[in-house]
Design a protein. Structure first.
Length: 123
């Protein structure tokens, strides 16, 4: 991830409705949620929520897939890890001991036995 990607990703979260939607999806974990359900739970009009979900999808933090007439959204674990890695590398540059607990969590080897989510992943 480069600086421009990080700015775009963090900008996607710098809006209250998008941050609330992202938090809702993180709370759901590996479960994907229909767009209409997200809008209802957050009390946001469907068309407005669609725009917010599109911004989060473009940022790489969430993914979507069509299921019948509905679009379902879920977290993109790789996208989330990518922005966290960028922040840790940038903020801890030259002092890795400051971020060792975080870097251990972001190390792909730490997830070796973990079940991967059944959804689209960005590369």
């Amino acid at each position: 991830m480069d600086e421009q990607d990080a700015i775009a990703t963090l900008s996607a979260l710098a809006q209250a409705s998008r941050l609330r939607a992202f938090r809702l999806l993180v709370e759901r974990g590996e479960t994907t949620v229909p767009a209409g359900e997200i809008a209802r739970e957050l009390g946001i009009p469907h068309n407005t929520m669609s725009v917010h979900l599109a911004v989060l999808t473009r940022s790489g933090l969430i993914d979507s897939h069509r299921e019948g007439r509905s679009i379902r959204y879920g977290i993109n674990v790789d996208g989330i890890k990518s922005v966290l890695r960028y922040l840790v590398d940038d903020c801890c540059g030259g002092h890795p001991e400051l971020c060792s607990p975080i870097t251990e969590l972001l190390n792909p080897a730490a997830y070796a036995g973990a079940k991967s989510p059944d959804r689209m992943q960005r590369s």
